[in-house]
Write a protein that binds this ligand. Structure first.
Ligand code: RTP
Ligand code: MG
Length: 167
C-alpha cells in the first residue's frame, strides 16, 4: 500500500479512537452527577443559621438546583419521616419538623448523597466530626439543624415529594 494512504488511514483510526474515548469519558462523568434532598430544619432557620449553612453547601461544591422556604404540614411530615413511624420519637419528630419554616433544597454534585451526609455529620451533634454542619449548628439529637437523604433511592423519593416538577 502507498505510504500516503497508510498515513491517512492511521490518522483516521487515531481520530476515531480519540472520539470514542472522549465520548465514553464524557458519558461516564455525566452519569456520576447525582442529586440529593436537603433541608435546613426549624431550629437552624430560627437561629438565623440558614445563610451560614448555605455558604458551607456552596463552598463544598454543591450546586443548589432548587431552594424554597416552606412550612411543612403534619401529613407531609408523616410521609417524609414514614420509616420512623414505629419509633418512640416519631411524634416529637413530626412536631419538630412542622414547628416553623424550613429551607428545602435539591443539591447536585458528583456523589451528592454520600458527600452531603458527610458534610452534615452524625445524627447526634455531640458525636459529629469537626467541620461538619451538625457539629457547628446542631444542639442535640432532635435539634440537629439539617436533613439529608440517606441513599440515592430515598433521595429520588424525597425530591419527588418536595419538588415534583424536578426531572
Ligand atoms: P435526618 O433523617 O433528619 O437527616 O437524620 P438522620 O438520617 O441522621 O437520622 P435518622 O435515623 O433518619 O433519624 C431521623 C431524625 O430522628 C431524630 N432521632 N431521634 N431520640 C433518638 O434516639 C433519635 N434518633 C433519631 C433525629 O432528629 C434525626 O435527625
Ligand atoms: Mg434519616
Amino acid at each position: 500500500m502507498d505510504k500516503t494512504v497508510m498515513t491517512i488511514l492511521l490518522a483516521v483510526v487515531i481520530v476515531a479512537v480519540a472520539f470514542i474515548v472522549y465520548n465514553y469519558i464524557k458519558k461516564h462523568k455525566e452519569s456520576s452527577m447525582e442529586m440529593t434532598f436537603a433541608m435546613i430544619k426549624p431550629d437552624a432557620v430560627k437561629a438565623k443559621n440558614s445563610g451560614k449553612i448555605i455558604d458551607m453547601i456552596e463552598h463544598h461544591g454543591f450546586n443548589i438546583v432548587r431552594m424554597e422556604k416552606v412550612v411543612i404540614n403534619a401529613d407531609k411530615a408523616k410521609t417524609f419521616y414514614g420509616v420512623h413511624k414505629e419509633r418512640p420519637f416519631f411524634g416529637e419528630l413530626v412536631e419538630f419538623v412542622t414547628s416553623g419554616p424550613v429551607v428545602i433544597m435539591a443539591l447536585e454534585k458528583n456523589n451528592a448523597v454520600k458527600d452531603w451526609r458527610e458534610l452534615m455529620g452524625a445524627t447526634d451533634p455531640a458525636k459529629a466530626a469537626e467541620g461538619t454542619i451538625r457539629k457547628k449548628f446542631g444542639t442535640n439529637i432532635g435539634n440537629n439543624a439539617i436533613h439529608g437523604s440517606d441513599s440515592p433511592e430515598n433521595a429520588k423519593i424525597e425530591l419527588g415529594l418536595f419538588f415534583p416538577d424536578l426531572k
